[in-house]
Each structure stands twice: as C-alpha cells, then as structure tokens.
Ligand binder design. Structure first.
Ligand SMILES: Cc1cc2nc3c(=O)[nH]c(=O)nc-3n(C[C@H](O)[C@H](O)[C@H](O)COP(=O)(O)OP(=O)(O)OC[C@H]3O[C@@H](n4cnc5c(N)ncnc54)[C@H](O)[C@@H]3O)c2cc1C
Length: 507
C-alpha cells in the first residue's frame, strides 16, 4: 500500500464539475468532519443551510444569528424553535434536504471527481506479504493444545520459530533484532497472521510493551540485556500496573519502592496480571515519591519474577482459564539499574505503553474478530436447527448481517486511523473510539454466535458435542473482559466526551 490517503484517480484528466477551490475543499484532508469537535463545526463545502418553511423562495444567504448544531452542522433558523423538525435545504445545492441528502451530495461529488481510497501495495510491500505468506504456509504449527501449561510451551516454540526466521518484533530496529518494518508492513504482518490462522504470540506483553518501552526509554545496557530474550520467548513478561484500588484510576496505585543503597525495596500488590505465573519479568509501576502529586511520584521498574518475596496467585476466570493472577511483593529487592527512564518518570512511560496498546493491538484484534465472524458464518450455514441450517432463521440472519456491517465499519475506521499515523499525526483520543467500538462489537458478535447454537452454545471447551470444540463459547466469555482491559468502555466514552466533543469533565 503506497498510501491510504484519498487520491484523485484521474489527476491526468480531471472532470470539471467543481472549481479548483471547491474540489480542494471536498478532499478529506481539508474537509472538516462534521460534528467532530466544536471548533470544526463549519460546513465549508456547502455553505449555510436554511429552514425551508421560513425562507422558501428567498435568495440563498446565511441566516443571520444562526446557531450551529451538530451532527451535520446546519445553522438553525432563529425564527424556528429548536427541534421543530423543519426540513432544511442546503443553500448551494437546493432541493437536497437534511443529513441524508447532504451526504448523498458529498458522495456524488466524490464520485464525479473519481476520488477513492488507494489500497494498492508498492512492489516492496507486495514482496513482503508474499514472503511472509509463503513462510507461514510452511511453518504454522498444528492445533493449539487446550491445557494452558501445554499451550504456553507450544507458544514459546512457535515464537522462537518466528524469531529465528526474522518474523518476530518486525517493527523493532535491526540492531535490536527487528526488521525496522514500516507501519504498513506491520499491518500486512497482522493481516497475514490472521489469514493463516497462526497462533497468537505468547510474549505479547514483552513484544508490544516492554520491548518498545526499552527501545524508547531504556539505557543501552538494558536494551542489550532484555530485548533479544523477549523476541526469542526465552523470557516471558507481564504488566504489573493494576491494583485492587487502582484500575481505571491507575495513578492511585499504592505499591511502594523505597531506595535502599544500590537497590529499591518493593512492597505492595498487583492484580489482574495476565500470565504472571509464567512470567520471568514484570513491568512494574510503583510509587517512589508519596509526597508528590499522584501522577508525578511513580517510577517504572523491571522486576525479576523469580526474586525472593514475589508470590503469584492465579485467579480462576469464568471461561475456566486462569491466566489472570494476583501478585504480591513482600520487600522485594530490585537493583537500581532496573529503573527505566529516570526516577518519578513512570507515568509518562506508562501512558506511552497504553497508547501502543490501543493502536497496533486494536488493529490486530479487529482482524481476530473477523476470524470469529468467518467461523460463525460458516457454522450458521451448516448447523441444523432442526433439519435446516440456522442461517435460514430470520433473527440469526439479522444479527449476523449486523455483525458484518459493524466489522466492515471497524475495518475502514482502522485504516483511517492508521492513515493518521502514516501522516505523522499523533494517535490522539480517537483511538478510544476504535477500542470502544471494536470491543463492544466483538461482544455482540460472539453473543449472537452462541445464541444461534441454542442449547449447544452452552457446551464448553472439552465437551464432546461442543460446536467448534467450544471455541465460540470460550471466546464469548473471554470477550467480556475486552471492554475492561486497556481502559473500560466508560473510561473511553469519558475520553471521547471530553477530548473529542469538548464536553466538560464529569463531577
Ligand atoms: C482481559 C484483561 C486483561 C488484563 N490484563 C492486565 C495486565 O496484564 N496487567 C494489569 O496491570 N492489568 C490488567 N488488567 C486490568 C485492567 O487494566 C483493569 O481491569 C481496568 O483498568 C479496570 O480497572 P478495575 O478492574 O479496577 O475497574 P474499576 O476502575 O474499579 O472500575 C469499575 C467500574 O467503574 C467504572 N468506572 C471507573 N471509573 C469511572 C469513571 N471515572 N467514570 C465512569 N465510570 C467509571 C468502570 O468503567 C467499571 O465499569 C486486565 C483486565 C482484563 C479484563
């Protein structure tokens, strides 16, 4: 993919319907999105909009004293009461009313100007995709074991194989074992992994958080010491952020690290720590200055999980797995050289971790939800209810069609978001929209899938007659956590309300 931005496909022979300045305005790069943020509420392409009842037949002119209102930015007629439902007409393109007409017009203009998203890949990107596809064809291992211990061993072998072939941590710089892959290549990697149904990587916390953080904030010794074992899955990492009283309000964390000579002594408790019982290292946030404002007195440590004083207690989840854990730190000695990025710099580093979680990971996960959709559709065509496939059931069809619509919307939202990153723009609060929409959409899809199976949907992994070996039910139960991990849905909505819509903070 050369670029994901909007391009005119007929630059050599442009068609004439709009003048140059107008055409420039309808390009998505310069056209403000309606209702996106208060400061962007001006509809530049279509001018003002009039209430038809009070202004019929009058010359088209902006309504004096008009009030701008989202979502499609029509100035409200000062003679009408708010919400009276009068149809509106766009001054420039009279006869097209309301939001639908407005958007149809935009589409007509885009079509007449033959503007489209360009998804073509450059020769180098195509070669990258084909090389990976061919390697995956020969190397994706057999079915994943059901037992968690066996799955971890299987996952380590799989990641090691990827690493040895140069397909692990591809975004990392070459000097630290990566390929220096571009963002587009990372997307291709995720797409091909999903296409090949390749198992997920076991050392996800190391690859997507610890590694990138050390590359950005670590010392040269730390990079040399930790990065290669992360790639080769020789050392598994976990994320020790959340605490019993500090989840959404992470900065309220209480675990303390007190300086003692050339070490810190860590005391406190973490919770919901994924894979802690398999982890060799933990990214730990601890309070190092209790007197400072809560975001300012936190530091980021690398803690050896085999140190004396570390106790890991697994937590049983409702899907039967126990990859969550409580972790207790009882006077654990952590060498001062394991501090990352300076004393009391932990919050800044943690925020960069969470941003990463919400960008590439969300892209990868929307691909996973597509895999779930494909499996569900296949099952709907085959699963008898009774005698005929459930796909003939009107309700099932409605729900699956809705899931497909949402999945398509998610896909293009991801592309649009990645386009921002490609343009060098910061991730920004819109990533909350992606995370929120994806996690809730995924839950709806899996609920529909399990409901479609009727009583068989209740059969768990391991049951002889469980459809798809109970995978849909397992995913459905796990999907409940997707709207909690990496920021709950409520927190994402708060972020969108405040930082995208410009609403005041809640009391
Ligand atoms: C699958 C999964 C994996 C995880 N892995 C890890 C991990 O490896 N490491 C780690 O450190 N943590 C991990 N977590 C923990 C996760 O980060 C927290 O669960 C999350 O931050 C929410 O915190 P909490 O559970 O304490 O809920 P709380 O913050 O106590 O929230 C409880 C409820 O109150 C709502 N709420 C809270 N504040 C507000 C507000 N201001 N406005 C509106 N509503 C609000 C929340 O939305 C939620 O519904 C994981 C969680 C899950 C589900």
């Amino acid at each position: 993919m050369r670029q994901l931005s909007v391009r005119s496909l007929n630059q050599a022979n442009p068609s004439p319907p709009l003048r140059g300045a107008e055409r420039a305005r309808v390009r998505w790069g310069t056209q403000p999105s309606h209702g996106d943020a208060p400061r962007r509420l001006t509809c530049r392409a279509y001018g003002s909009v009039r209430c038809v009842r009070h202004h019929r037949g009058r010359p088209a002119a902006p309504v004096a004293g008009a009030v701008r209102e989202p979502p499609y930015d029509a100035p409200r007629c000062p003679r009408c009461k708010p919400g009276n439902g009068h149809p509106r007409v766009c001054d420039r393109f009279q006869g097209h009313r309301g939001a639908v007409g407005h958007w149809l017009l935009r589409l007509r203009i885009l079509a007449s100007n033959r503007i489209a998203m360009d998804f073509r890949e450059s020769p180098a990107e195509r070669a990258f995709r084909l090389a990976l596809r061919s390697w995956l064809r020969d190397n994706v291992p057999g079915p994943e074991p059901e037992d968690l211990d066996a799955w971890v061993a299987y996952g380590k072998r799989w990641q090691r194989r990827l690493y040895e072939a140069g397909w692990c941590g591809i975004a990392w710089p070459k000097e630290y074992g990566g390929r220096g892959a571009t963002l587009i290549e990372q997307m291709i990697f995720e797409e091909e992994m999903a296409r090949a149904r390749a198992p997920m990587l076991i050392n996800l916390a190391g690859l997507t958080m610890a590694g990138p953080i050390l590359i950005a904030h670590g010392t040269e010794e730390q990079k040399r010491r930790y990065l290669r074992p992360i790639l080769a899955a020789e050392e598994i990492w976990c994320q020790g952020f959340s605490e019993p009283q500090a989840g959404s309000d992470l900065a309220a964390l209480r675990t303390q690290a007190v300086r003692a000579g050339d070490s810190f002594i860590v005391r406190g408790q973490k919770v919901w720590t994924s894979f802690a019982r398999y982890a060799d290292w933990c990214m730990l946030l601890a309070r190092t200055d209790p007197a400072a404002p809560k975001h300012k007195g936190i530091s980021f440590f690398l803690v050896n999980m085999h140190s004396p004083g570390v106790t890991v207690r697994p937590l049983k989840q409702m899907n039967g797995d126990d990859d969550f854990n409580e972790v207790f730190f009882d006077d654990v000695r952590v060498p001062a050289e394991n501090l990352v990025g300076g004393l009391n710099e932990g919050w800044r580093i943690a925020v960069s971790t969470l941003l990463y979680e919400r960008t590439i990971l969300t892209f990868a996960r929307q691909l996973q939800s597509r895999t779930a959709l494909v499996e569900t559709l296949r099952l709907a065509r085959e699963w008898p209810d009774p005698g005929a496939p459930v796909a003939r059931d009107a309700i099932v069809r409605q729900r699956l069609a809705q899931s497909w619509i949402e999945s398509e919307a998610m896909k293009y939202t991801s592309y649009r978001y990645l386009t921002r990153l490609l343009r060098g723009e910061p991730p920004g609060p819109q990533s909350s929209l992606e995370k929120l929409f994806w996690s809730e959409m995924y839950q709806r899809l899996l609920e529909a899938a399990v409901a479609m199976l009727g009583p068989f949907g209740q059969l768990a992994k391991g049951e002889v007659r469980a459809p798809l070996l109970g995978r849909l039910q397992h995913w459905m139960l796990y999907s409940r956590g997707r709207t909690i991990a990496a920021g709950t849905s409520e927190i994402q909505r708060n972020t969108l309300a405040e930082r995208v819509l410009g609403l005041p903070r809640g009391s």
